[in-house]
Design a protein around this ligand. Structure first.
Ligand code: ASP
Length: 356
């Protein structure tokens, strides 16, 4: 995976207020129509300044890294996340903030993964993208990009306003690991039902300081590994034993996010409980998250979750599925004991969960 430095002539300001690294990975935001006006193709990022001339007005030193070739975010994987974390690590001292242009489809997964890989983050890392390509008249790319750049460069008394991994989209700044893509047609593509917005962009950008993570007291630590042998099982009434068995007995499997009903409830069929118990005995970690958009898992509240608790399924409180699967990848990569894995999964690491 290559990233090329793109020279964009932003008419570098004499006394810049901030320096920002803009990392373009692909997605709809960077699309224009081809010559025959038939297909959308990635545009040459060095042209960004022609598409978004407002960028010249920023008092910001801007460097652009462009993934070559840019990708649709459906093709993003664990290697991309590690590479992005490494890019931030290498450039951390030189820049005040980072803006990552990314396809919307898997943006919430990428933002969650980056939040775990970047421990003690003191600078903003803001993901954004667009629903309508930058080359179209009614594009939302311009506004999303400009506002993300503005938030990434905002500071008060030398301190950034948002020292965490976030997603800016449409009018809202959300914590990355609390976000979910909820819209494929309209501009308000992201939602964070279990956590307040970090900022709202109207005439002014109104920040919500109590919701924003405090600046860390220790230096940045970048993790370099994620465990990809994980699965997500979304329960539904009538789910078959063959399916559950096939997943839980998959070779090399290390962990499963179990998307349960309501407050963490699952069937009590003996075959289902036996398969889960066997998997746990084989060392597989099972993390219980709820299919509900709001509320949290409370194992033991009903009989239908009591057995899960008893056999050692880990309750994921109000983790989103995106945060749960990337947290599982992150925690399982660290060679911890079974008890420690359960403990760390139930600990709030980057503001991703409200544990009690
Ligand atoms: N398929 C695109 C992607 O996620 C959609 C988008 O960017 O909005 O890369």
């Amino acid at each position: 995976m290559k990233f090329l430095k793109v020279n964009i002539n932003t008419a570098a300001p004499r006394d810049p207020e901030a320096s920002i690294l803009l990392i373009y990975t692909g997605g709809t935001i960077g699309m224009v129509s081809d010559k025959e006006d038939q297909h959308l193709v990635p545009f040459d990022f060095s042209e960004v300044i022609h598409r978004v001339p407002e960028m010249r007005q920023f008092k910001v030193m801007l460097t652009v890294l462009s993934q070559d070739p840019p990708i649709d975010s459906s093709n993003v994987g664990v290697d991309h996340w590690i590479r992005l974390a490494q890019i931030i690590q290498v450039n951390y001292q030189e820049y005040d903030g980072f803006v990552i242009l990314h396809g919307t489809d898997t943006m919430a997964y990428s933002a969650s993964a980056l939040s775990f890989l970047l421990e003690n983050l003191e600078k903003p890392v803001i993901f954004t993208g667009a629903q309508v390509p930058i080359g179209r008249m009614r594009t939302d790319a311009r506004r999303n990009l400009i506002t993300a750049l503005e938030i990434a460069s905002a500071h008060r008394m030398g301190k950034t306003l948002v020292p965490e991994v976030s997603i800016f989209f449409n009018t809202v700044l959300l914590r990355g690991n609390r976000s979910t893509k909820v819209e494929s047609r309209h501009f308000n593509a992201f939602h964070s039902g279990k956590y307040p917005q970090l900022a709202k962009a109207g005439i002014d950008i109104e920040y919500n300081p109590p919701a924003i993570l405090p600046a860390p007291t220790r230096p940045l630590h970048v993790y370099q590994e994620l465990e990809s042998q994980v699965a997500i099982i979304k329960l539904f009434p009538g789910i078959s034993p063959t399916l559950i068995k096939a997943i839980l007995e998959a070779e090399g499997l290390k962990g499963v996010v179990l998307e349960t009903f309501g407050a963490g409830n699952a069937p009590t069929y003996p075959w289902f409980l036996a398969l889960l118990r066997e998997a746990i005995d084989r060392g597989i970690t099972i993390l219980n998250v709820s299919q509900c958009e709001e509320g949290e898992v409370h194992q033991g509240q009903y009989e239908t979750s009591m057995y899960l608790k008893e056999m050692g399924v880990v309750g994921g409180y109000d983790l989103s599925t995106e945060a749960a699967v990337t947290k599982l990848m992150f925690v399982l990569a660290q060679n911890l004991s079974k008890e420690k894995i359960a403990e760390v999964l139930q600990t709030d690491l980057r503001g991703e969960m409200t544990s009690r």
